[in-house]
Design a protein around this ligand. Structure first.
Ligand SMILES: NC(=O)c1ccc[n+]([C@@H]2O[C@H](COP(=O)([O-])OP(=O)(O)OC[C@H]3O[C@@H](n4cnc5c(N)ncnc54)[C@H](O)[C@@H]3O)[C@@H](O)[C@H]2O)c1
Length: 321
């Protein structure tokens, strides 16, 4: 099976590619524009790691370039696209909203159009828990009304609406995955977990704890995410043309609590600057994973203790501590 993964140099794209490459009969075509939203060298290291696999092929392509994408897909006989390329970062969406319109909305359309032009009739794509905005009803269910608070969340909501329209117009299958705070090895330096570890080991000086640490997040370990996506890829039942699933552990944790656990593991405690709620932030995320588990079968999610330990081991090895 030949799969195109966009955003293959990114955190989830890399981990998913690596996981899938371990299975016979899967060939991954990875593309990424290697932008410098965060450390380009981290992205290059991830690609270097993936290139160790014979069944991996990488090309630097920007999904905002429709022609390049279209040309690349010609004659490759790809049967599935997993679209993970996007401008991520809720905070950054207030600084450079245009990046979210270009990469996430136009880019998504280009991926759909290129799929259509090349007879690829299935797309799995990244949505986000950010589509929910500030909700009062937990756990968040796929059926409830969504109300994003920023252009990042809105771009993902628009992706979901585009999927609904194009699934009918182009007769394609779309599966949208609303990821909830994914963490783990090779994690994103702009997210809480890596920022905290960076401060712990003095790679970056100040650690700002928003909302005085009163946030709650449904932390979901990267390997669980990869295993779930693999199950989705090989689902045997007749799939509806347009589905959306929460991808979450359904185990929300308060940030102060998780900080305590990290400190216990590292035996360190970086200086933390507590500050009020920032305009970009939602206070709580907690998703229901009933829909996805009904689909793929019950599974045990990695404990936060094990997930943190694996992340820390990787972090120390990668940064030479
Ligand atoms: N990590 C999370 O917790 C989380 C939560 C919710 C949703 N998501 C979504 O999951 C997807 C993957 O997230 P991630 O955490 O791996 O982010 P990431 O930033 O690490 O990965 C995204 C990758 O896409 C690439 N990219 C961006 N614009 C591109 C373009 N125009 N053309 C080609 N490549 C481009 C980037 O260079 C990057 O390598 C994103 O769509 C993100 O919005 C992630």
């Amino acid at each position: 099976m030949k799969i195109l993964i966009t955003g293959a140099a990114g955190f989830i794209g890399f981990n998913l590619s690596k996981y899938l490459l371990g299975f016979k009969k899967i060939k991954i075509f990875g593309i990424d524009n290697l932008n410098n939203y965060y450390s380009k060298s981290l992205k290059l290291s991830r690609i270097k790691e993936l290139k160790k696999f014979k069944n991996f092929n990488f090309k630097k392509i920007d999904i905002t370039n429709r022609q390049a994408l279209d040309k690349y897909l010609k004659k490759k006989k790809i049967s599935l696209i997993i679209n993970l390329a996007a401008q991520a970062g809720v905070r950054y969406s207030f600084i450079k909203p245009s990046e979210f319109v270009d990469n996430n909305i136009l880019g998504f359309y280009n991926v759909v159009k290129a799929a259509k032009n090349n007879s690829i009739n299935k797309i799995i794509y990244a949505s986000s828990s950010s589509v929910y905005g500030d909700s009062l009803f937990f756990p968040l269910k796929e059926t409830q009304i969504i109300n994003p608070k920023n252009i990042y969340g809105l771009s993902k909501k628009i992706n979901e609406e585009m999927a609904e329209v194009f699934s009918k117009q182009f007769e394609m299958t779309f599966i949208g995955l609303r990821f909830f705070t994914v963490y783990g090895e090779w994690g994103r330096p702009d997210m809480f977990m890596m920022k905290y570890l960076n401060s712990t080991y003095n790679l970056s000086k100040k650690f700002y704890l928003n909302n005085f640490g009163k946030h709650t997040r449904d932390f979901t370990y990267i390997r669980d995410v990869c295993q779930i996506i693999k199950k989705i890829i090989f689902l045997k039942d007749k799939q509806s043309q347009n589905e959306i699933f929460n991808i979450c552990s359904n185990r929300p944790i308060n940030l102060l609590k998780i900080i305590k656990q990290i400190n216990k593991l590292t035996c360190k405690s970086p200086t933390t600057y507590k500050r009020p709620l920032q305009k970009a932030d939602v206070i709580k995320t907690h998703g229901s994973n009933k829909k996805i588990l009904d689909k793929i079968g019950k599974r045990r999610f990695t404990s936060i203790k094990d997930g943190l330990m694996n992340t820390l081991i990787w972090f120390k090895k990668y940064y030479n501590f």
